[in-house]
Design a protein around this ligand. Structure first.
Ligand SMILES: Cc1cc2nc3c(=O)[nH]c(=O)nc-3n(C[C@H](O)[C@H](O)[C@H](O)COP(=O)(O)OP(=O)(O)OC[C@H]3O[C@@H](n4cnc5c(N)ncnc54)[C@H](O)[C@@H]3O)c2cc1C
Length: 506
């Protein structure tokens, strides 16, 4: 809070939009959440790493057009020798072009959800912006998160596009399908496409997303092996799949399990290879993982734990997966689900600061002037979200900034309520008991599981498998370290904690 209490920072817990003012807004301008979804934060939004702070100011020599970058104009123009008073400030943050009523040229690279949301928000923020969306894939931008449902046959091609083709025309968004941006010339403010086309921009948004990480083991390039990231991948997998085929999913994370479930639904015999001793080790303790494992088994999926893939083997195509302990698992199809990596090459080659992702500040501005980044490609406050909703919200905020409506992103809590193979899961706070002083209360009941951890009487962690209706109350209890009101000498039980949480939620 500020010294006089009149100015505060409020962050929307749903989308990360940052509002400055004495009160939260009635409605979030980015996601429509209401004022109760805003939380007061410290006065300043967490600062981005130094390299990604606001782009440098640009000063134009009115005599020769030379552009100087820096806090102030140079003493003398190095090209024509004009004095410093002959320089005009041509940008100071992301606002000026639209604010001057000119038509701002916004180029967006990447037709995923971040790119589409950016285009939509830029159009809503500026009626006369010229918006071009460079989409590397040939399909209409689609719901990538629905690809496992598509693989399972639960939805068809018609349910994949985010918008029908006509929507782009109606919103005057120039959609270039199957067009790859191969370089960005920061000095010329232009993007070069694979066919040599140059697109000049006033504002550029890099929304290139991420690609599947393929571990460095032999055989990953064999026909029948690959990841699931795109519609083309899903179609390739479906074309290779035969009823009763033995399939292996490398990686027992959420995507690996969902993919395994989809293949099993198509009649394949699926084995998941998990490197750890139980499923979803980052989210679940062992007992919870074992309960989930039963659901996975009931879906007809086998799991091999502590499995270290040594090679994918075969001559013309995939035939088996060999593990480090010598086990050979026959497979006609191998899906690799071992994580993703941001597509940072374009930004890095343009000299933009890249760490794990393309580094952005609170306005989602990169280290280069007039260039923003959003979605899986972006690293904000050290965080790579790798998730649909953050990509959507960041895209919208980058689009607003690019169109001249200065908006900040303050980060959002990572979602901890999931559904895997139709089973509800929740994990909040501490997953493994940190020390001997932690009290665990756990129970397996009716095929589900629930566990609470308390440290010094305060709730430190909660896990639910199956019934997740107390997830919101548990989130709050963990976040605020709520004190369980135990009577002296009476240890908490799952039922008394649930009852307490249920009351706290009301
Ligand atoms: C199968 C699957 C299931 C998922 N399920 C969930 C889920 O249930 N919940 C969840 O929160 N998240 C899920 N995710 C993750 C989620 O889909 C991503 O976080 C989200 O799609 C990121 O959006 P994005 O726009 O940043 O990037 P992307 O979706 O990766 O889109 C980036 C686009 O940019 C294009 N591109 C890249 N480089 C260039 C270039 N140089 N020129 C032109 N175009 C380029 C790419 O081809 C791609 O089309 C899932 C992902 C997958 C693959």
């Amino acid at each position: 809070m500020s010294g006089n209490g009149s100015k505060r920072v409020w962050v929307c817990l749903i989308c990360g939009y940052v509002h400055h003012g004495p009160e939260p807004p009635e409605e979030c301008p980015v996601c429509g959440a209401d004022r109760s979804d805003f939380e007061a934060q410290a006065e300043t939004v967490p600062a981005a790493p130094v390299a990604a702070t606001a782009p440098p100011k640009r000063w134009k020599c009115l005599v020769c057009g030379y552009i100087h970058e820096g806090d102030g104009p140079p003493e003398e123009c190095p090209v024509c020798g004009a004095d410093s008073d002959q320089f005009e400030l041509i940008n100071d943050g992301p606002a000026p072009v639209a604010a001057q009523g000119k038509s701002v040229r916004v180029v967006i690279v990447g037709g995923g959800i971040a790119g589409v949301s950016a285009a939509e928000a830029a159009r809503q923020s500026s009626a006369n912006a010229e918006i071009t969306l460079v989409a590397g894939e040939t399909e209409l931008p689609y719901y990538r998160l629905n690809l496992t449902r598509y693989l399972a046959g639960e939805i068809g091609d018609e349910a994949l596009p985010i918008h029908p083709e006509a929507w782009y025309g109606e919103n005057r968004i120039g959609l270039l399908r199957g067009a790859e941006a191969v370089s960005v010339s920061v000095g010329d403010s232009a993007v070069v496409l694979g066919d040599g086309t140059r697109l000049s921009y006033d504002r550029l948004i890099i929304a290139c997303g991420a690609h599947a990480f393929i571990p460095p083991v032999p055989g990953t390039a064999l026909p029948g092996a690959g990841a699931l990231r795109t519609v083309a991948d899903a179609k390739r997998i479906l074309a290779a799949l035969r009823p009763g085929m033995a399939c292996v999913c490398i990686g027992g994370g959420i995507l690996g399990l969902e993919t395994a479930g989809a293949l099993a639904k198509r009649g394949a015999r699926v084995t998941v290879l998990e490197g750890g001793g139980w499923l979803l080790q980052r989210q679940l303790n062992e007992a919870a993982g074992r309960v989930l494992e039963r659901y996975v088994g009931a879906a007809g999926i086998g799991v091999q734990f502590n499995a270290k893939t040594e090679a994918i083997t075969g001559s013309e195509g995939v035939e088996a997966v060999r593990l480090a302990d010598g086990t050979v698992i026959p497979a006609g199809l191998v899906v690799i689900a071992t994580g993703v990596r941001p597509n940072t090459e374009l930004a890095a080659a343009a000299g933009i600061t890249v760490n794990l992702g393309t580094v952005v500040n609170a306005c989602l501005a990169t280290s280069a002037p007039d260039i923003f980044a959003a979605g899986d490609v972006a690293e904000h406050g050290g965080t790579l979200y790798g998730l649909w909703d953050p990509a959507r919200h960041q895209g919208a905020i980058a689009g607003m900034n690019a169109a001249g409506v200065v908006t900040e992103f303050g980060g959002i809590p990572r979602a901890n309520t999931l559904k895997v193979l139709g089973v509800g899961l929740f994990s909040g706070g501490m997953v493994q008991a940190a020390d001997d002083g932690v009290v665990e209360v756990a129970e397996e009941r009716d095929g589900g599981y629930c566990r609470f951890l308390f440290q010094d009487g305060r709730m430190a962690g909660a896990i639910f498998v199956g019934d997740t209706k107390l997830a919101a109350a548990a989130t709050k209890a963990v976040k605020t370290g709520m004190n369980f009101p135990a009577a002296p000498g009476v240890p908490p039980t799952v039922d008394t904690v649930k009852e307490w949480l249920g009351g706290a939620a009301d």
